[in-house]
Each structure stands twice: as C-alpha cells, then as structure tokens.
Design a protein around this ligand. Structure first.
Ligand SMILES: *[C@@H]1O[C@H](CO)[C@@H](O)[C@H](O)[C@H]1NC(C)=O
Ligand SMILES: *[C@@H]1O[C@H](CO)[C@@H](O)[C@H](O)[C@H]1NC(C)=O
Ligand SMILES: *[C@@H]1O[C@H](CO)[C@@H](O)[C@H](O)[C@H]1NC(C)=O
Ligand SMILES: *[C@@H]1O[C@H](CO)[C@@H](O)[C@H](O)[C@H]1NC(C)=O
Ligand SMILES: *[C@@H]1O[C@H](CO)[C@@H](O)[C@H](O)[C@H]1NC(C)=O
Length: 375
C-alpha cells in the first residue's frame, strides 16, 4: 500500500470517529443508560461470564452510533423499534438474561413457608421431651421432603406457584426498566420529565401491581391461624408420640410467632411496598416480601438499627411517574420459564451473547497504519 492510500484510510477513520463524537445526541450521554447501568452491573456481578459480557457491552453501548433498529433486532425490548437506538441484539440478550438472573438470589433466600418448618423444628426441640420424639433428631430437610405429609406437601406446592409468579413479576419489571436504555436517542428526553423521572404507562404499572398483589396475598393465605393449625397438627401427629400435650404448646407458640408474619404489600402509610414506580432505585423491600418478617426465625425483637433499616427500605422513593405517553415497564420473556421455586433452575447461558470488538479492530487498524507510515 502506498503512503497516500494509508494516509487517506487514516484520515477517513479519524473523520468517522470525529463525526460519531460530534453527532448529538450520543449514546454515551443516554439518560436511561446513566440510571440503569448500575442495576445491570449489580445483577450481573454474581456471574463471572455475565460480568465480563456486561463490561464489554456497556463500553460498546457508550461508543455505539445510534441506529434505526427493527423489532427483530431489539427482541424483548422491541417497544423501542424504529427509533435510533444504542442497543443491538446482544445488548438486548444481556438485558433479558440479567432480568432473569435478578430473581435468583431472591428465590434462593429462605421463604416464610420454609421458615415455618424451621420454626417447627426449633419449637418441638425446645418444648417436647426426647421421650416423645423420634430417635433421630428432627431436621428441616427430612420434614420438608416427607411426601407422606399430605397437607404440608399440598401447601408447599401451592405456595411455590405464588412464589414463582412473584419472581416472574419482579423479573418482568426489571426487564422493562432495563429495556429503557434501548429508547432512541431522539426520543429519550420525551421519556423523562423535568425532575428526571421516567414516564411509565399506567397499564404496565397495573400489571405489576396486580401480579405482585396476587402473589403476596396468595402467600399470606398459608399463614392464617387455621391454616397453620392444619399444617402443625399434621406434623405433630407424624413426629410427636402418644399425642403428647407438648404438641399443643408447639402449636400455640408457632401461631404466636406467625401472628404477624409481615407478608403484606401495605407500607403502613396507605401505599404499596411494591409500587411499580421504583424503577432504577432500591426495590428490595418489595423483592423480599415473601420471606416474611426478618425476625420470624430469630423470635427475638429486632434491634433498633434493623428496624430503622427496614423503615428506610420501605420508604424506597419513586423514580417514575405515570404518563399517557409513558413506556412499558413490564416485559415478559420466555427466559422466565427457567424460574422455579428454589431459583436453582436459573442457569443463564452467556455464551450466546457476543461482544463486538469492532472498536478494538479499529484501533488495531489505526496502529498498523501508523507503523506502516513510520517504517
Ligand atoms: C457491531 O458489529 C455489527 C456487525 O457484526 C455492526 O453492524 C455494528 O455496527 C457493530 N457495532 C459497533 C458499536 O461497532
Ligand atoms: C426507521 O425505519 C422505519 C422503517 O423504514 C421508518 O418508518 C422510521 O421512521 C425510521 N425511524 C427513524 C427514527 O428514522
Ligand atoms: C412450652 O410452651 C409453653 C406454652 O407456650 C410455655 O409455657 C413453656 O415455657 C414452653 N417450654 C419450654 C421448655 O420452652
Ligand atoms: C393447605 O392444604 C390443605 C390440605 O390440602 C388445604 O385444605 C388448605 O386449603 C391448604 N391451604 C391453602 C392456603 O391453600
Ligand atoms: C414422614 O412422615 C411419616 C408420617 O406421615 C412418619 O411416620 C415418618 O417418620 C416421616 N419420615 C421422616 C423422614 O420424617
């Protein structure tokens, strides 16, 4: 190659970089990206492959040239089709997978229903003498897996469905929030109000409210005194000999402990804990509702600091407003079919997400050209 050609190539490359940089608005200053990128990063932190794909794709996003994308390109984020989006199909796959991964730790933490069985073990061990108990000490795992306990198993299966539906609602909501980074650069300022709050559609917020409300009240229905009685009486009959009277004490104590399990969507101030308008901020008070009161297993009063922490979480602030031209923040996906009760079935495949190293290729070409010029 002659030096003239190399120089011409070099000039073209520099001009295209400059043009991309001076074209406003840019992907690097995308308002939704600025707000959502930490959500994406936090969720993917736990997965080493997810973490590195995230780092590469976030860089790529910021350096991208907005392009008019089709619905097929944007997959689960297709509501932003035909806009000048900074997303490509790999970023959308990352978003889809991150929304799924978000609920894994939530499902892996102990549910209030699991706590009920743990508390049973504690109470029986405390309140019944060894002579009326099985020779091998009672364990949570043995009881939870005992298929001859019909009430326990029927309730366990039924509450698992509520828990899965709840996780699907959280995942869909997270996906909807993350998709906002795919909004076209020419549209993005219309999607935020002057206070920097995302404008969201009434119908998507309603879907989130309905799904979470339903799952929460469904879960709470297992902790009514009469239902606790059904479960505990079956356990007593299975594990306490001769109908010993300690069984009645155990039942009373468990009813007291679960008198207010705090599986409720009521924030105590006339609002909902799962509001549907905390999009980018801390939503953990909502996400952890099905675990019930943190003190259930401890049976101790919470420390003052813990209570304050919980109150702080309950006051999670809204960062969105309902607007007729708002975006949908509830995006379902087939990926969520992986959601199971324990979260153990969630095993995202990050290999199908490729990162673009075109920027690297650009720099390599530039360096080679410089070398050719110099020598
Ligand atoms: C990534 O590569 C695809 C082709 O594989 C290209 O269309 C796209 O413009 C590239 N994106 C960036 C940010 O360079
Ligand atoms: C993107 O392309 C579609 C189909 O060609 C067109 O209708 C739409 O106006 C384009 N959008 C932008 C922002 O250029
Ligand atoms: C067993 O339960 C009864 C009734 O709640 C209570 O009075 C008693 O102190 C308990 N016994 C033990 C050893 O915890
Ligand atoms: C728990 O299981 C019992 C027995 O199948 C059933 O009668 C009861 O309605 C179940 N509880 C709930 C809340 O579904
Ligand atoms: C399972 O429950 C039955 C009573 O339904 C009881 O006889 C048996 O010991 C229990 N098995 C375990 C491993 O807990």
């Amino acid at each position: 190659m002659s030096k003239t050609i190399i120089l011409a190539l070099l000039a073209t490359y520099m001009i295209s970089i400059t043009l991309a940089a001076s074209n406003s608005p840019t992907c690097s200053s995308h308002l939704a990206f600025a707000k959502a990128k930490n959500v994406l990063t936090n969720v993917l932190q736990s997965d080493s492959k997810g973490k590195s794909k995230n780092e590469a794709l976030q860089k790529q996003f910021q350096n991208a040239k907005p392009a008019n994308r089709t619905a097929a390109d944007l997959g689960v984020c297709s509501q932003y089709a035909n806009q000048n989006s900074c997303c490509d199909k790999n970023m959308v796959k990352l978003i889809d997978t991150a929304a799924l991964l978000k609920v894994k730790p939530i499902l892996q933490s102990k549910s209030a229903f699991q706590k009920l069985v743990s508390v049973y073990v504690t109470q029986v061990t405390k309140n019944c003498s060894n002579t009326v108990l099985p020779s091998t000490p009672l364990t949570f795992d043995a009881i939870f897996a005992n298929t001859t306990l019909k009430v326990l198993q029927a309730n366990k299966t039924a509450q698992a469905t509520c828990r899965i539906n709840f996780a699907k609602a959280i995942s869909s909501f997270t996906r909807g929030a993350l998709c906002s980074i795919c909004a076209g650069v020419e549209k993005i300022n219309d999607y935020f109000n002057a206070q920097g709050q995302l404008k969201v559609s009434q119908s998507s917020v309603n879907t989130f409210l309905q799904s979470t409300d339903q799952a929460i009240s469904c879960t709470a229905s297992f902790f009514t005194p009469s239902n606790i009685e059904l479960i505990v009486k079956e356990l007593n009959a299975a594990y306490i000999k001769n109908n010993d009277k300690c069984g009645a004490n155990v039942l009373d104590n468990i009813k007291t402990i679960f008198a207010n399990p705090k599986i409720s969507n009521d924030d105590g101030k006339g609002g909902k804990v799962c509001k549907g308008t905390t999009i980018f901020g801390d939503n953990s008070a909502c996400e952890n509702i099905l675990q019930g009161d943190a003190s259930l297993e401890k049976k101790l009063r919470l420390l003052r600091a813990e209570e304050e922490e919980i109150n702080r979480l309950l006051q999670a602030s809204s960062d969105a407003v309902i607007d007729p031209n708002g975006v949908s923040v509830y995006t379902t996906s087939n990926s969520d079919n992986q959601i199971d009760e324990t979260g153990n079935g969630i095993a995202p495949n990050f290999d199908q997400i490729s990162t673009n190293n075109s920027i690297m290729i650009g720099f390599t070409a530039l360096s080679i050209s410089l070398f050719a010029l110099l020598f």
